[in-house]
Design a protein around this ligand. Sequence first.
Ligand code: DX5
Ligand code: ZN
Length: 222
Amino acid sequence: MERDPRPLLIAPSILAADYGRLADEIATVRPAVDWLHVDIMDGHFVPNLSIGPPVVASLRRHTDLLLDCHLMVTDPARWLEPLKEAGADGVSFHVELGNPTEVLGRIRAMGFMTGLVVDGPTPIGAAEPYLDLIDLLLVMTIKAGFGGQALMPETLTKVERANRIRGQRALDFRLEVDGGINADTAATAARAGADVLVSGTGIFGQRDPLAAARDLRRSALA
Ligand code: DX5
Ligand code: ZN
């Protein structure tokens, strides 16, 4: 498997951070990370609730990191305006919701980095017709909904396939993985072609989150 030439990006997921001191948590890892991954869950698409636009607006006031919003909601279109106002940079939503073409177009027209998500159990073929419409393909390496799960190894063949298609069709979307990424799994994910590594527990769940973020990059590039 050829490694993609794009520089590897580390995107800590604040889902695993201490929500009572988010700004401090982010400042701690800032020197070692590239984006901030923000999980927005509505309690319907996934059986969990997290945060929404007001918290994104607060984050925006405290960090210059790119805010990569992963929407696990049943009606992504409804949240686009509020997220724009809040200062989000990227919006990704799930292909399991049905034909994403129209919403992808709206996201792009609003100036967001435009992302599509394929959940752990979903075949990668579901996203293949839309790869020329996106800036980011997020391949879940777990079933979306909760942090702290183990990476499902079979999802990496989907990453490999997406990476291969990207090369064949000369597309330039970023390939992001999310779920169970830590210093042990980062290298396999990167070798499969991932160039954005999301990690919640693997960074904020560690005693020294800054060192963990550095380890993650080091392991991925090893
Ligand atoms: C879960 C979220 C992930 C989550 C990953 O559905 O999309 O971003 O924070 O958590 P870890 O890295 O702990 O698996
Ligand atoms: Zn996520």
